[in-house]
Design a protein. Structure first.
Ligand code: ADE
Ligand code: ZN
Length: 320
């Protein structure tokens, strides 16, 4: 499983920071982050909202463009060792320069440079998806959208909103998504993770996204499932994340198999791998155990992911 070439579409950059990386930065900056780690040194949180708090506390020590460049290097080394050949990562101007465009350009330059070095060394390709944070509210989503629109191109390929789905409705963020669409960016949005099927429907209808982050709770409305299949909407499914956050009691209870059977385009990602004690290889192994999927199934799922990638056609040809 480890050697199988993998395409990962849903990965939060700060969420992929190993605890050792965050502890190292905290020591350099003389910050005490011991409260977010367990005795064994893993991230410690209790449920989704607390996870977001710990995520933001960890992110608080990833401060400078250089820190973000180092993070990209660290994350891509790990991904390449898992057989990942192409990844898209969520990155937020809220954390990289506070929404200021000039500052964002500096962060972006550092991340692009680290990404180019990893590609030259390991062949792994990384692209960025700018991420407004939903629980920061619709007004604060505008600055990241402008940063995305102004830097749309080779590396920044999309806009996708993460954060707490309980805050507001997708349509409240339409300005940000329209701004990105007009700049030629591709669109995705977290929905149907802690929100129900109506949240998935609203992201499609009110924001016009072509992919959905998670989307698994669409399974609670089979008419919606059939609609997703018919329209070719791609789900960025992160089963290990869903199990770790208590959405499903175990891997066999996860709806990815039922969604796939009803011909929804599903893909597999890790979301925030060290937070959920997972890797792409681990996801594949657990799915193989739960549903009897074999290498041919995973190769087919990777083709779906490559076709749904937001990169240009030349890059897609390299990973297909
Ligand atoms: N940000 C990081 N991980 C997330 C998740 N699983 N859902 C929503 N926002 C996130
Ligand atoms: Zn996510």
């Amino acid at each position: 499983m480890r050697d199988l070439p993998k395409v990962e579409l849903h990965l939060h950059l700060e969420g992929a920071a190993p605890p050792s990386f965050v502890r190292g930065l905290a020591a350099e900056k003389k910050e005490d982050l011991s409260g977010i780690f367990s005795e064994s040194g893993a991230y410690a949180y209790d449920g989704f909202v607390d996870f977001l708090r710990v995520y933001e506390a960890a992110t608080s020590v990833i401060r400078t463009p250089e820190d973000y460049g180092r993070l990209v290097t660290t994350v891509l080394e790990e991904l390449a060792s898992q057989g990942v050949i192409y990844a898209e990562t969520f990155v937020s101007p809220d954390f990289c320069g506070g929404g200021d465009l000039a500052a964002w350009r500096e962060y972006l330059a550092a991340m692009e440079e680290a990404s180019a070095r990893a590609e030259a060394r390991d062949g792994i390709i990384l692209k960025g998806i700018v991420t407004p944070i939903r629980h920061f509210g619709p007004e604060r989503a505008k600055a990241p959208a402008i940063c995305a629109a102004e830097t749309a191109g080779e590396w920044i390929v999309g806009l996708g909103m993460g954060g707490n789905e309980a805050v507001g409705k997708p349509g409240d963020f339409a300005w940000a998504f329209d701004c990105a669409r007009e700049a030629g960016l591709r669109l995705t949005c977290h929905a149907g993770e802690f929100g129900g099927p109506e949240s998935v429907r609203a992201a499609i209808e009110d924001l016009g996204v072509e992919r959905i982050g998670h989307g698994v709770r669409a399974i609670e409305d089979l008419a919606l499932v059939d609609d997703l299949a018919e329209r070719g909407i791609v789900l960025e499914v992160c089963p290990g994340s869903n199990v770790a956050l208590g959405l499903y009691p175990d891997w066999r209870a996860h709806p990815i198999e039922k969604l796939r059977e009803r011909e929804v385009k599903v893909t597999i990602s890790t979301d925030d791998p060290p937070f959920f004690h997972t890797t792409m290889t681990h996801e594949y192994e657990r799915l193989a155990d739960a549903f009897g999927w074999d290498v041919a199934d995973f190769a087919a799922l990777n083709r779906v992911a490559a076709e749904a990638a937001f990169c240009d056609a030349g890059t897609r040809d390299k990973i297909l």
